[in-house]
Design a protein around this ligand. Structure first.
Ligand code: AHR
Length: 330
């Protein structure tokens, strides 16, 4: 009897299991997350425009590094026009081929909405070279310099150059209005310069250009020659000031001390010519860090909110200036 029941039980189990729908294999956790490589990545980069030696080196860094890494770069030249830059940004948000967006913002303010749109579209955003005002949760990271610190360095160096000078009137040639380098370098310069009694008696934008730097300085010199130092927020504007001083019969770097920011090849030549005293470096070769951050963002890695660039200060009275200049990449 017992055997019969046991036998029936076995049969019943076998029948039941046969009726069970085939066990669907446990669903693998969502499709294994795609591991992005540079070859898969298309990055849309919004450049400011082409306003001088620094920008040319920065653009070359993006184009050359993209080629080396085998990633696809969609390069957008905003022609130093904010409306064009915003339109380009929206274009990249809508472009299905673009995976990640990088931007060198022409101005610090006004990016909240497009950054929100990019986030809604699932496109990570990397700030390159220049920071923006606003909620840092709307972008992945900022790769670039501490512009305030660059300004502080320039102020400290101007104090040294004007040490013992009876008067310390300094004129400032400012970058494009509203941009983070223009705002921050001015702030940093005053922070340290005012400590040694420097007074900024003239300050006006020269829009990063030699021509405007020259025109603005010319206009000031027509009014007065009571200037002991000129702070050019970039090399090009300082070069323009040098020309104006010469035409006004003043000896640049002697009668009037001159400090610039960028440390491009032109600045080294001016220091070797004895017309520029000091240049504070702003490193344009940051594309590798931007692309690295872009790839990390696509792979869901967390990143610090700021990835600083490495920078120095260079002096016309440096004994090795010639060798240093010969070894520069830009
Ligand atoms: O954002 C960096 C600044 O932009 C550089 O100092 C200047 O030369 C360029 O126009």
């Amino acid at each position: 009897m017992f055997k019969k029941i046991a036998f029936l039980l076995v049969i019943a189990t076998m029948i039941l299991s046969a009726c069970q729908p085939a066990a669907t294999p446990a669903p693998a956790t969502e499709a294994a997350a795609k591991v992005w490589t540079y070859k898969d990545m298309t990055i849309g980069f919004l450049q400011t425009g082409s306003e001088g030696g620094w920008r040319a080196a920065n653009t070359a860094s993006f184009k050359e590094t993209a080629e080396q890494l085998g990633l696809t770069l969609k390069f957008y030249d905003s022609q130093n026009d904010l409306a064009k830059q915003v339109a380009g940004f929206q274009q990249f948000i809508a472009d299905p081929e673009v995976d990640v967006i990088a931007i060198s913002p022409l101005e610090a303010a006004g990016w909240e909405q497009v950054l929100k749109d990019a986030k809604a579209a699932g496109k990570p955003v990397i700030l390159s070279d220049r920071r923006i005002d606003g909620n840092e949760d709307l972008y992945v990271t900022f790769v670039g310099a501490d512009f305030v610190e660059e300004g502080r360095k320039a102020g400290t160096e101007m104090c040294k150059l004007l040490e013992g000078s009876e008067k310390k009137n300094v004129w400032e040639l400012v970058g494009n209005v509203g941009s983070s380098p223009a705002i921050d370098r001015g702030k940093g310069f005053r922070e340290t310069a005012e400590k040694c009694g420097i007074v900024v008696t003239n300050s006006q934008t020269g829009n990063w250009s030699i021509v405007e730097g020259k025109q603005v300085t010319e206009a000031w010199l027509k009014e007065s020659k009571d200037v002991q130092g000129i702070f050019g927020q970039n090399d090009e504007m300082a070069f323009g000031a040098i020309e104006s001083l010469k035409e006004a019969g003043l000896v640049p770097a002697v009668d009037v001390k001159i400090i610039s920011v960028d440390a491009t090849a032109g600045a080294f030549q001016a220091m070797l010519d004895g017309t520029l005293n000091v240049t504070v470096e702003c490193n344009p070769l940051i594309a590798p860090q931007v692309y690295e951050a872009a790839l990390a963002a696509l792979n869901g890695e967390s990143l610090p909110k700021w990835i600083p660039s490495i920078e120095g200060v260079f002096y016309s009275d440096d004994a090795n200036l010639k060798e240093i200049a010969a070894g520069r990449k830009y």
